[in-house]
Design a protein around this ligand. Structure first.
Ligand code: ADP
Ligand code: MG
Length: 351
């Protein structure tokens, strides 16, 4: 449905995208994820026709659209700052593109009312000035304005990042539902890994104008292909060579102490001195785990869980524990860590 074919974008002396090859399938919710400044917006603007690539081609439905103007590409775009017309009403904002297309006033009215309902804007909000709406409602107007033109592709640039945490959670679910119901092919840009993991069919992780990995949320998380992906997504500990050696004693073929090694916080089991799991942790019966001695050096309480830092050999290993009742593990307490070496992610050190 969408193809980025060897796209490169250079602004003056800044290379925003160095080489991008990407395929998005029909009906897919595809996310470009990465830190600020890595080229996500530029990729989206290149797809929509607002930026011309320095080299390479964009295909939509098998057709090269690289030189096609934005309004001929069948894409609807929602900008990070919404880019609404501040002096116009909600209705006028949503109807703007229809007016440009010379849709009749009657039809405009029907289409605007229909789309407003789909994004949960009530009828009585339609004649308000957009400047009088809350951030969440403005977001709905921006999405309605894009969808009313019935694009084949919806592009969303950090649509939730200006909203507060609770509303962000709610709109995340609504937006995903809207996408699933309409089946519209969606390219979504975010720097928020949680958003990406929960909403996407597939994710491309960007770093400095390049894609580091493309995969399903589970692939990206469980099998992070590069050190950057592993550290950008999720929460993990970097393991020192000595600790890796200890793990290797019991798993000779797999772990290489000279490689960069990471362990996800939730893959570690914390046991007391007697070997009993702490909190609500379940010991994995299938895993062939290794027990490591350690001592608690830090602890923080987060309500649903506590986070511990355990010094073991040359590493400070972070562990997440679901607390049941009061914790008996204080700083200085000797403990054991139980680790399955198969869960250690390893990468080649780059020069
Ligand atoms: P992101 O959306 O991931 O934060 P951008 O695509 O906005 O990243 O920017 C990528 C890089 O390209 C940044 O270094 C940014 O400063 C630069 N850049 C983006 N747009 C322009 C532009 N119109 N002119 C010059 N530099 C730009
Ligand atoms: Mg951006």
């Amino acid at each position: 449905m969408i193809r980025f074919d060897n796209i490169k974008v250079v602004f003056d002396d800044v290379t925003a995208i160095s080489e991008l090859d990407l395929d998005v399938s029909e009906g897919e919710f595809f996310t470009l994820l990465g830190p600020s400044g890595c080229g996500k917006t530029t990729a989206l603007r290149t797809l929509s026709g607002l930026v011309s690539p320095t080299s390479g081609d964009i295909y939509i439905d098998g057709r090269a659209v690289t030189t096609l103007p934005s309004d001929k590409r069948g894409v609807g775009m929602v900008f990070q700052n919404y880019a609404l017309f501040p002096s116009m009403s909600v209705r006028e904002n949503i109807a703007f593109g229809l007016k440009v297309r010379r849709t009749s006033a009657d039809e405009r009215r029907t289409l605007v009312t229909d789309i407003a309902r789909r994004v949960d804007l009530s009828d009585d909000q339609l004649d308000k000035n957009v400047a009088d709406l809350s951030g969440g409602q403005q977001q709905r107007v921006a999405i309605a304005r894009a969808l009313v033109l019935k694009p084949k592709i919806l592009l969303l640039d950090e649509p939730l990042s200006n909203l507060d945490a609770k509303l962000r959670q709610q709109l995340r679910v609504e937006l995903k539902d809207l996408q699933v119901q309409s089946g519209i092919t969606t390219v979504y840009v975010t720097h928020d890994q949680d958003e990406a993991l929960t909403m996407s069919d597939r994710i491309a992780v960007f770093n400095r104008g390049r894609v580091e990995q493309i995969g399903t949320p589970q692939e990206i998380y469980e099998k992070s292909a590069t050190e950057f992906v592993c550290t950008f997504i999720g929460d993990s500990t970097k393991l020192g060579p000595e600790l890796v050696s200890r793990l290797t004693d019991h798993s000779p073929s797999r772990l290489d102490p000279s490689r960069l090694s990471y362990l996800r916080v939730e893959k570690v089991l914390l046991e007391d001195r007697a070997g009993a799991p702490t909190g609500a942790q379940q010991r994995d019966p299938a895993g062939s785990t290794v027990s490591l001695e350690g001592r608690i050096v830090a602890r923080s309480y987060h309500g649903q869980h506590s986070r511990y830092t355990v010094r073991s050999h040359d590493s400070d290993v972070k562990v997440l524990v679901k607390e049941i009742g009061a914790s008996t593990l204080d700083i200085g307490h000797p403990v054991h860590l139980r680790v399955d070496p198969a869960h250690v992610l390893q990468y080649q050190a780059t020069a």
